[in-house]
Design a protein around this ligand. Sequence first.
Ligand code: RIB
Length: 290
Amino acid sequence: MKVLNFGSLNLDYVYQMQHILIPGETQASKGRDIFCGGKGLNQSIALARAGISLYHAGMIGAEGDILLKTCRENGISTEFIRKIPDPCGHTVIQVDEDGQNCILLFGGANRSITREFADEVLDSFEKGDILLLQNEINELDYIIDKGYEKGMRIILNPSPYDDALDACDLTKVSLFLMNEIEGYQITGEKEPEAILKKMKERYPQAGAVLTLGADGALYQDETGIYQQGIFKVKAVDTTAAGDTFTGYFISSLIEGMPVQKGLEMAAKASAIAVSRPGAAASIPRREEVL
Ligand code: RIB
């Protein structure tokens, strides 16, 4: 069984702020770092650092060599990453003194996926392989349809939620990983239990992970609902905490680990990520998590 993550690769411009800007305000930042990120890349790195071999597919722009290098250094297969003359996907991230963030996203090369490229990538995969997706690339609906036609197991992190997801046939998804806001955007429900109930009614074929910030996470599948608390740390930067949870939890499913153990490992990994600056750079290796 092969694992393919078809997703974004971003350069994150991270500014340390006293507080996150309010409309009309000007504030000098305390510093700036440039990190590798993107929900796609972060989740690939989390999977790789958890010990899973995988392929990443996506597009980088002219200034994106560092993203390719980072994938390679983490043992991720890069044969399906294309470099194009467009600007790279990038973000402007403000991080406040409590480690909270806000993210301005520019899609760049991530939005240049063509159907031909998607077909070419998916040609190398088959029934039973895993296809992991987020919502930072274009042609998401097409990729879901084609992956499903091939019999791939589709795992979706519907983040960031926007209209593109309304065009997707989510009944083809086997597992959703989302936070409360995305859960609300998909189901119209606010309470965690109500979100999971609605997910089960609408997508009975799919498991669902719902991350709840300081309240931990819930996971629902055909065997029931599992709960996981957080491991408290001093938050330095919450960027990529969800991506770390996603990669680690998926790795536990691939390995056939008991669900509760997998949730615990994912919660530990994301706590470590929160205690460090940056996105991809903050994701721990498995030895450290264990
Ligand atoms: O989930 C965190 C990621 O979201 C950041 O690395 C940023 O690139 C945005 O895509």
